[in-house]
Design a protein around this ligand. Structure first.
Ligand code: HEM
Length: 522
């Protein structure tokens, strides 16, 4: 007898109530399953994870389906994440979800070191924006492997070697002096200066010179301004929270227009950078203008690569563009924070100036070789990297290439991994009086900031540590010395120094620094 025939013999009322009961039971089961799913530690994306036989990593459940999305839409996600890790007692490792993306974040030096130094985390998640901007073919997002290793080796030898960093000091100093002149001009014109623009243009020129062998004039418009707008657009695009990175089914809609903007940007950048590469080729073809012994720029280095290492034109454009892009803002942003601190702490500023005066005197301008004799100035830079790290979340996440343990925590392959460097540098178990701005702490203890000591690793650590760290640091230290030797930095009566933060791709000052500069050298 079929099931339908059976049902014919059950009284209607009984049948009706049992169907209702079944429906209620099914709803209850579904609701429990959804709740269990959504209330899983770490949230929805973690609940979806097939590997369930592991101890859950503590973390917020977030909202159903969207998870902790709101973290990423605020201006200070490093602070929000630090607070969350504390409240879940998950400083060592915290899990959370944003849409379908699983995250872990380390807010403790030990777990941060373990993660950053493990080959399991030597890849980066390539989000849609980075992919559209062709960054997967440049060093920062290239998958861990032969192509990436080659790029790192070439850059380490020809762009970031100690010899190259020292060798490029002359034009770095020249650019520093141009910034000094520009600040004087702006001060005379306006009675105060907004330093961000000057620092940004100086920094852009510095990287341009190293990479392309080109320099642009301040405030002259033309190619310099176009390049600046291209870098700004790229920065903005990478800083935008792109929904389709975490909700792939929304991808085709391009709701925020990110893909369209990326494609337009890539076209313009390809023409801009392609033209510079062509000019280099022409110069080399002429032969007599191109001296073989000349220390070439990075374009020359890439054009000189042997057959096996040779890059296609589009790969070369990606590599060169990324260097410009990465090297510009970090340096300018860090210097702006430092100068804001100088305005706020005149006693620290004058101590640094006394050090410069004692070591350099007032008859010559400071240079790169003076920096080792200026420990207090170096301590100021370190303290600013601690209090205002340009990459509080180390800017670029990593991704677990395969299943791996971090401490006792099982992290499945494909999980995005971040380090909250800001949380570590503001942890009172790691630093005494972390909120206090005190360069003196680094006079008492010499802490390496190059990636070995995870209490302060603003350039990251491990295989994907910032390759430009020595160049970036040398630039910031020299320019700070020049700016302090030439000016006393004081508050403008129209504008207070506001230390509010705004984390886009890097952590910028929310209200750009506006102040006065008073010439010291006459
Ligand atoms: C104050 C200056 C700078 C800071 C604070 C900084 C910070 C960082 C950080 C935190 C990372 C990620 C490291 C990690 O995942 O462990 C990084 C990567 C990178 N940085 Fe920097 N950076 C600076 C200057 C520069 C400069 C001047 C350049 C080049 C001209 C540069 C090029 C790169 C590149 C190419 C990567 C990707 C490396 C890879 O994935 O293999 N950076 N940087």
């Amino acid at each position: 007898m079929s099931v339908e025939n059976h049902l014919l013999f059950i009284p209607r009322s009984v049948l009706h109530s049992s169907v209702l009961g079944f429906e209620a039971f099914a709803c209850f089961l579904l609701l429990t399953a959804v709740c269990a799913f959504c209330l899983a530690p770490g949230g929805f994306a973690w609940a979806l994870c097939k590997v369930r036989a592991f101890r859950a990593i503590p973390g917020p459940t977030g909202y159903p389906f969207i998870g902790s999305l709101t973290v990423f839409t605020g201006l200070t996600r490093h602070r929000v994440l630090a607070k969350m890790a504390k409240s879940f007692k998950a400083e060592s490792l915290m899990s959370f979800s944003v849409g379908l993306t699983r995250f872990v974040i380390a807010s403790h030096p030990e777990s941060a070191k373990e993660m950053l130094n493990s080959t399991a985390f030597a890849n980066r998640p390539v989000n849609e924006t980075a992919y559209e901007l062709l960054f997967h073919r440049a060093m920062g997002f290239a998958p861990y492997g032969e192509y990436w290793r080659n790029l790192r080796r070439i850059a380490a030898t020809h762009l970031f070697s100690p010899k190259r960093v020292v060798g490029s000091e002359v034009f770095r100093r020249e650019i520093g002096m141009k910034m000094v002149e520009e600040l004087k001009r702006l001060m005379t014109e306006n009675g105060e200066v907004q330093v961000k623009k000057v620092l940004h243009f100086g920094s852009l020129n510095n990287v341009m010179m190293t990479v392309f062998g080109r320099c642009y004039e301040f405030d002259k418009g033309g190619d310099g301004l176009e390049l600046e707008s291209l870098v700004t657009e790229g920065y903005e695009l990478l800083g935008v929270f792109n929904w389709s990175n975490h909700f792939p089914f929304l991808g085709w809609l391009d709701l925020q227009g990110v893909r369209k903007r990326c494609r337009n940007l890539v076209l313009t950048v390809s023409v801009f950078v392609g033209k510079i590469i062509e000019e280099h080729r022409l110069e080399r073809a002429k032969g007599d203008n191109f001296e073989k012994e000349k220390v070439g720029d990075f374009v020359d280095v890439l054009l000189d690569l042997e057959e096996d290492d040779k890059l296609s034109d589009s790969d070369m454009i990606a590599v060169l563009w990324e260097m410009i892009f990465r090297g510009t803002d970090t340096v300018a942003i860090l210097l702006e924070w430092i100068l804001a601190r100088m305005v706020l702490h005149p006693e620290i500023q004058s101590k640094a100036q006394s050090e410069i005066d004692a070591m350099v005197g007032s008859t010559r301008t400071v240079q790169g070789s003076d920096i080792p004799n200026l420990p207090y100035l170096q301590a100021i830079v370190k303290e600013c990297l601690r209090v205002h790290p340009p990459g509080p979340l180390l800017s670029w996440a990593r991704i677990a290439i395969h299943d791996v343990y971090v401490g006792d925590n099982f992290v499945p392959a494909g999980t995005s991994a971040m380090v909250n460097m800001w949380a570590i540098t503001h942890d009172d178990k790691v630093w005494t009086e972390p909120e206090k701005f005190s360069p003196e702490r680094f006079m008492a203890e010499d802490v390496s900031i190059m990636g070995t000591d995870l209490r302060l690793a603003p350039f990251g650590s491990g295989r994907r540590v910032c390759p430009g760290k020595a160049l970036g640091l040398a630039t910031v230290q020299l320019w700070l010395a020049q700016l302090l030797q030439n000016f006393t930095w004081v508050a403008s009566e129209n504008c207070d120094v506001d230390l509010s933060e705004c984390l886009k791709l890097s952590m910028e000052m929310k209200s750009p620094l506006v102040c006065k500069v008073v010439p010291r050298l006459v």
